[in-house]
Design a protein around this ligand. Structure first.
Ligand SMILES: NC(=O)c1ccc[n+]([C@@H]2O[C@H](COP(=O)([O-])OP(=O)(O)OC[C@H]3O[C@@H](n4cnc5c(N)ncnc54)[C@H](OP(=O)(O)O)[C@@H]3O)[C@@H](O)[C@H]2O)c1
Length: 277
Protein backbone atom coordinates (compact mmCIF):
# COMPACT_ATOMS: atom_id res chain seq x y z
CA UNK A 1 0.00 0.00 0.00
CA UNK A 2 1.05 3.63 -0.33
CA UNK A 3 2.26 5.79 -3.15
CA UNK A 4 5.73 5.70 -4.60
CA UNK A 5 7.70 8.71 -3.40
CA UNK A 6 11.00 7.65 -4.92
CA UNK A 7 12.75 10.48 -6.71
CA UNK A 8 10.74 13.13 -4.82
CA UNK A 9 12.62 15.99 -3.21
CA UNK A 10 11.99 16.75 0.46
CA UNK A 11 12.58 20.04 2.29
CA UNK A 12 12.20 20.05 6.08
CA UNK A 13 11.69 23.56 7.41
CA UNK A 14 12.64 23.71 11.09
CA UNK A 15 14.95 20.77 11.78
CA UNK A 16 14.54 20.81 15.57
CA UNK A 17 13.61 17.83 17.75
CA UNK A 18 10.69 16.56 15.64
CA UNK A 19 12.22 17.63 12.32
CA UNK A 20 15.43 15.72 13.00
CA UNK A 21 13.59 12.61 14.25
CA UNK A 22 11.64 12.54 10.98
CA UNK A 23 14.62 13.41 8.79
CA UNK A 24 16.83 10.70 10.28
CA UNK A 25 14.24 7.97 9.76
CA UNK A 26 13.22 9.12 6.29
CA UNK A 27 16.82 9.24 5.11
CA UNK A 28 17.69 5.91 6.75
CA UNK A 29 14.66 4.23 5.14
CA UNK A 30 16.00 5.20 1.70
CA UNK A 31 12.71 6.94 0.85
CA UNK A 32 14.50 10.29 0.62
CA UNK A 33 18.22 9.91 -0.16
CA UNK A 34 20.51 12.68 1.18
CA UNK A 35 20.97 14.26 -2.26
CA UNK A 36 17.20 14.80 -2.57
CA UNK A 37 16.75 16.08 0.98
CA UNK A 38 17.36 19.50 2.49
CA UNK A 39 16.47 21.29 5.70
CA UNK A 40 16.46 24.68 7.39
CA UNK A 41 16.90 25.97 10.94
CA UNK A 42 17.09 29.44 12.47
CA UNK A 43 20.72 29.52 13.64
CA UNK A 44 23.63 29.18 11.16
CA UNK A 45 25.81 27.27 13.65
CA UNK A 46 23.07 24.66 14.10
CA UNK A 47 22.76 24.44 10.32
CA UNK A 48 26.47 23.60 10.07
CA UNK A 49 26.25 21.04 12.85
CA UNK A 50 23.22 19.31 11.26
CA UNK A 51 24.82 19.40 7.84
CA UNK A 52 27.72 17.32 9.21
CA UNK A 53 25.48 15.07 11.28
CA UNK A 54 22.89 14.25 8.61
CA UNK A 55 25.03 14.65 5.51
CA UNK A 56 22.36 16.74 3.79
CA UNK A 57 22.11 20.38 2.78
CA UNK A 58 21.00 22.44 5.81
CA UNK A 59 20.68 26.22 5.66
CA UNK A 60 18.74 29.14 7.06
CA UNK A 61 17.03 30.16 3.80
CA UNK A 62 13.51 28.73 3.63
CA UNK A 63 12.83 30.12 0.15
CA UNK A 64 15.94 28.45 -1.26
CA UNK A 65 15.07 25.17 0.48
CA UNK A 66 11.59 24.92 -1.06
CA UNK A 67 12.63 26.01 -4.55
CA UNK A 68 12.97 22.50 -6.03
CA UNK A 69 11.15 20.54 -3.34
CA UNK A 70 8.20 18.27 -4.12
CA UNK A 71 7.26 17.83 -0.47
CA UNK A 72 7.72 20.55 2.15
CA UNK A 73 7.59 19.33 5.74
CA UNK A 74 6.94 22.24 8.07
CA UNK A 75 8.37 21.46 11.53
CA UNK A 76 8.78 24.92 13.09
CA UNK A 77 7.06 25.87 16.36
CA UNK A 78 3.39 26.89 15.92
CA UNK A 79 4.08 30.55 16.71
CA UNK A 80 6.64 30.73 13.85
CA UNK A 81 4.33 29.27 11.19
CA UNK A 82 2.82 32.58 10.07
CA UNK A 83 6.27 34.17 9.67
CA UNK A 84 7.58 31.25 7.58
CA UNK A 85 4.41 31.19 5.45
CA UNK A 86 4.81 34.92 4.76
CA UNK A 87 8.39 34.23 3.61
CA UNK A 88 7.25 31.40 1.31
CA UNK A 89 4.30 33.27 -0.18
CA UNK A 90 5.02 33.75 -3.89
CA UNK A 91 7.78 31.10 -3.82
CA UNK A 92 5.65 27.99 -3.50
CA UNK A 93 3.17 26.45 -5.93
CA UNK A 94 0.23 24.00 -5.88
CA UNK A 95 2.29 21.29 -7.63
CA UNK A 96 4.17 20.99 -4.34
CA UNK A 97 2.73 19.42 -1.18
CA UNK A 98 3.02 21.14 2.17
CA UNK A 99 2.77 18.96 5.28
CA UNK A 100 2.67 20.77 8.62
CA UNK A 101 3.30 19.08 11.97
CA UNK A 102 2.70 22.28 13.93
CA UNK A 103 0.31 21.59 16.80
CA UNK A 104 -2.88 23.68 16.86
CA UNK A 105 -2.25 25.33 13.51
CA UNK A 106 -5.27 24.83 11.23
CA UNK A 107 -4.75 24.11 7.54
CA UNK A 108 -6.94 27.16 6.79
CA UNK A 109 -4.43 29.44 8.50
CA UNK A 110 -1.61 28.11 6.30
CA UNK A 111 -3.72 28.30 3.14
CA UNK A 112 -4.72 31.88 3.94
CA UNK A 113 -1.16 32.94 4.73
CA UNK A 114 0.09 31.49 1.43
CA UNK A 115 -2.76 33.07 -0.52
CA UNK A 116 -2.95 30.28 -3.13
CA UNK A 117 -4.93 27.03 -3.54
CA UNK A 118 -2.09 25.07 -1.97
CA UNK A 119 -2.49 21.39 -1.00
CA UNK A 120 -1.86 21.28 2.74
CA UNK A 121 -1.82 18.23 4.99
CA UNK A 122 -1.75 18.59 8.75
CA UNK A 123 0.08 15.85 10.62
CA UNK A 124 0.40 15.15 14.32
CA UNK A 125 3.22 12.67 14.93
CA UNK A 126 4.76 11.69 18.27
CA UNK A 127 8.34 11.21 19.48
CA UNK A 128 8.42 7.37 19.19
CA UNK A 129 8.78 8.10 15.45
CA UNK A 130 12.46 8.06 16.50
CA UNK A 131 12.33 4.24 16.52
CA UNK A 132 9.80 3.90 13.71
CA UNK A 133 7.04 3.06 16.19
CA UNK A 134 5.36 6.45 16.14
CA UNK A 135 1.69 7.30 15.78
CA UNK A 136 0.67 10.06 13.38
CA UNK A 137 -2.78 11.55 12.89
CA UNK A 138 -3.35 13.12 9.46
CA UNK A 139 -6.01 15.36 7.97
CA UNK A 140 -6.28 17.30 4.75
CA UNK A 141 -6.84 20.93 4.02
CA UNK A 142 -9.32 22.43 1.59
CA UNK A 143 -7.19 22.11 -1.55
CA UNK A 144 -5.55 18.73 -0.81
CA UNK A 145 -6.69 15.65 -2.75
CA UNK A 146 -6.88 12.06 -1.44
CA UNK A 147 -3.59 11.45 -3.32
CA UNK A 148 -1.89 14.04 -1.09
CA UNK A 149 -3.20 12.25 2.01
CA UNK A 150 -1.84 9.00 0.58
CA UNK A 151 1.57 10.60 0.02
CA UNK A 152 1.59 11.86 3.62
CA UNK A 153 0.47 8.42 4.91
CA UNK A 154 3.30 6.81 2.97
CA UNK A 155 5.83 9.28 4.35
CA UNK A 156 4.71 8.94 7.99
CA UNK A 157 4.23 5.18 7.50
CA UNK A 158 8.03 4.97 7.50
CA UNK A 159 8.12 6.15 11.11
CA UNK A 160 5.16 4.20 12.49
CA UNK A 161 1.42 3.90 12.10
CA UNK A 162 -0.89 6.52 10.60
CA UNK A 163 -4.55 7.33 10.91
CA UNK A 164 -6.63 9.79 8.88
CA UNK A 165 -9.08 11.93 10.86
CA UNK A 166 -11.24 15.02 10.33
CA UNK A 167 -9.42 18.24 11.10
CA UNK A 168 -11.80 18.90 14.01
CA UNK A 169 -10.38 15.76 15.68
CA UNK A 170 -6.75 16.91 15.48
CA UNK A 171 -6.77 18.52 18.95
CA UNK A 172 -7.96 15.19 20.34
CA UNK A 173 -5.12 13.40 18.54
CA UNK A 174 -2.72 15.96 20.04
CA UNK A 175 -4.05 15.32 23.56
CA UNK A 176 -3.93 11.54 23.21
CA UNK A 177 -1.11 10.28 20.99
CA UNK A 178 1.16 13.33 20.63
CA UNK A 179 1.22 14.12 24.37
CA UNK A 180 0.68 10.45 25.24
CA UNK A 181 4.34 9.35 25.37
CA UNK A 182 4.81 11.73 28.32
CA UNK A 183 1.94 10.07 30.21
CA UNK A 184 3.32 6.61 29.51
CA UNK A 185 6.83 7.63 30.65
CA UNK A 186 5.33 8.78 33.95
CA UNK A 187 3.50 5.47 34.31
CA UNK A 188 6.72 3.59 33.50
CA UNK A 189 8.70 5.65 35.99
CA UNK A 190 6.09 4.93 38.66
CA UNK A 191 6.04 1.19 37.89
CA UNK A 192 9.84 1.11 38.11
CA UNK A 193 9.67 2.90 41.49
CA UNK A 194 7.15 0.31 42.56
CA UNK A 195 9.54 -2.46 41.53
CA UNK A 196 12.25 -0.86 43.67
CA UNK A 197 9.80 -0.61 46.56
CA UNK A 198 9.11 -4.36 46.38
CA UNK A 199 12.81 -5.21 46.28
CA UNK A 200 13.98 -5.20 42.66
CA UNK A 201 17.11 -3.43 41.40
CA UNK A 202 16.10 -0.29 39.44
CA UNK A 203 17.41 -1.50 36.07
CA UNK A 204 15.48 -4.76 36.33
CA UNK A 205 12.37 -2.93 37.55
CA UNK A 206 12.56 -0.54 34.57
CA UNK A 207 13.02 -3.43 32.13
CA UNK A 208 10.03 -5.30 33.59
CA UNK A 209 7.86 -2.19 33.45
CA UNK A 210 8.84 -1.18 29.89
CA UNK A 211 8.67 -4.64 28.32
CA UNK A 212 5.31 -5.28 30.04
CA UNK A 213 3.94 -2.00 28.62
CA UNK A 214 5.27 -2.84 25.16
CA UNK A 215 3.87 -6.39 25.35
CA UNK A 216 0.43 -5.29 26.51
CA UNK A 217 0.26 -2.63 23.77
CA UNK A 218 1.27 -5.15 21.09
CA UNK A 219 -1.39 -7.61 22.24
CA UNK A 220 -4.06 -4.88 21.95
CA UNK A 221 -2.85 -3.87 18.49
CA UNK A 222 -2.35 -7.37 17.11
CA UNK A 223 -5.40 -9.18 18.51
CA UNK A 224 -7.79 -6.24 18.25
CA UNK A 225 -9.33 -7.50 21.50
CA UNK A 226 -10.94 -5.00 23.86
CA UNK A 227 -8.47 -4.03 26.62
CA UNK A 228 -11.09 -4.89 29.26
CA UNK A 229 -11.26 -8.51 28.03
CA UNK A 230 -7.47 -8.77 28.05
CA UNK A 231 -7.39 -7.33 31.58
CA UNK A 232 -9.98 -9.89 32.71
CA UNK A 233 -7.78 -12.71 31.34
CA UNK A 234 -4.93 -11.60 33.64
CA UNK A 235 -7.19 -11.30 36.67
CA UNK A 236 -7.59 -14.62 38.51
CA UNK A 237 -10.46 -14.74 41.03
CA UNK A 238 -9.09 -13.95 44.50
CA UNK A 239 -5.61 -13.68 42.96
CA UNK A 240 -2.94 -10.96 43.15
CA UNK A 241 -3.92 -8.79 40.15
CA UNK A 242 -7.39 -7.95 41.47
CA UNK A 243 -5.79 -6.53 44.62
CA UNK A 244 -3.56 -4.33 42.44
CA UNK A 245 -6.54 -3.27 40.32
CA UNK A 246 -8.46 -2.26 43.45
CA UNK A 247 -5.63 0.11 44.33
CA UNK A 248 -5.68 1.59 40.82
CA UNK A 249 -9.42 2.14 41.04
CA UNK A 250 -9.13 3.73 44.48
CA UNK A 251 -6.35 5.99 43.17
CA UNK A 252 -8.63 6.99 40.26
CA UNK A 253 -6.08 6.09 37.58
CA UNK A 254 -8.73 5.79 34.86
CA UNK A 255 -10.40 9.13 35.47
CA UNK A 256 -7.01 10.83 35.92
CA UNK A 257 -5.85 9.62 32.51
CA UNK A 258 -9.14 10.66 30.92
CA UNK A 259 -8.82 14.13 32.46
CA UNK A 260 -5.19 14.42 31.30
CA UNK A 261 -6.18 13.80 27.67
CA UNK A 262 -9.20 16.13 27.93
CA UNK A 263 -7.04 18.95 29.36
CA UNK A 264 -4.27 18.52 26.77
CA UNK A 265 -6.83 18.48 23.93
CA UNK A 266 -8.50 21.61 25.36
CA UNK A 267 -5.11 23.33 25.54
CA UNK A 268 -4.40 22.41 21.92
CA UNK A 269 -7.71 24.03 20.97
CA UNK A 270 -7.05 27.15 23.08
CA UNK A 271 -3.62 27.66 21.52
CA UNK A 272 -5.16 27.78 18.06
CA UNK A 273 -7.42 30.63 19.16
CA UNK A 274 -5.23 32.68 21.50
CA UNK A 275 -1.86 32.61 19.80
CA UNK A 276 -2.60 32.04 16.16
CA UNK A 277 -5.82 33.70 15.15
N1 LIG B 1 8.03 17.42 20.07
C1 LIG B 1 6.92 16.70 19.87
O1 LIG B 1 6.64 15.69 20.53
C2 LIG B 1 5.97 17.08 18.76
C3 LIG B 1 4.94 16.21 18.40
C4 LIG B 1 4.09 16.58 17.36
C5 LIG B 1 4.24 17.80 16.73
N2 LIG B 1 5.22 18.63 17.13
C6 LIG B 1 5.36 19.91 16.45
O2 LIG B 1 6.64 19.98 15.87
C7 LIG B 1 7.03 21.35 15.76
C8 LIG B 1 8.45 21.48 16.24
O3 LIG B 1 8.54 21.08 17.59
P1 LIG B 1 9.96 20.72 18.19
O4 LIG B 1 9.69 20.16 19.54
O5 LIG B 1 10.73 19.92 17.20
O6 LIG B 1 10.58 22.21 18.33
P2 LIG B 1 12.12 22.68 18.26
O7 LIG B 1 13.02 21.58 18.71
O8 LIG B 1 12.18 23.99 18.96
O9 LIG B 1 12.39 22.92 16.70
C9 LIG B 1 12.01 24.06 16.00
C10 LIG B 1 13.02 24.26 14.89
O10 LIG B 1 12.58 25.35 14.11
C11 LIG B 1 13.73 26.12 13.74
N3 LIG B 1 13.30 27.45 13.35
C12 LIG B 1 12.89 28.49 14.13
N4 LIG B 1 12.56 29.54 13.37
C13 LIG B 1 12.76 29.17 12.08
C14 LIG B 1 12.59 29.81 10.82
N5 LIG B 1 12.14 31.06 10.72
N6 LIG B 1 12.90 29.10 9.70
C15 LIG B 1 13.35 27.84 9.77
N7 LIG B 1 13.53 27.17 10.92
C16 LIG B 1 13.23 27.84 12.06
C17 LIG B 1 14.62 26.08 14.95
O11 LIG B 1 15.94 26.41 14.56
P3 LIG B 1 17.20 26.38 15.57
O12 LIG B 1 17.49 24.92 15.79
O13 LIG B 1 18.29 27.06 14.84
O14 LIG B 1 16.75 27.08 16.81
C18 LIG B 1 14.43 24.61 15.38
O15 LIG B 1 15.35 23.80 14.70
C19 LIG B 1 6.02 22.16 16.57
O16 LIG B 1 5.17 22.86 15.70
C20 LIG B 1 5.27 21.13 17.37
O17 LIG B 1 3.92 21.53 17.58
C21 LIG B 1 6.12 18.30 18.11
Amino acid sequence: MGVNLSGKRLAVLGAGKMGVILLQSLIKSGMFPPNLTSATVQHPERARMLCDKLNISVGIDNVAAVRNADIILLCVKPQVVREVMAELSGHINPQQLLISVAASVPTALIEKALGIDMPVIRAMPNTPCLLNCGMTGLCKGRFAEPSHLEAASTLFGVVGRTVVVDEKQMDAVTGLSASGPAYIYIILEALAEAGVKVGLPRDIATLLAAQTTLGAARVVLETGDHPALLKDAVTTPAGCTIDGIMELEEGKLRVTLIKAVVKAAQRAKELAFTELS
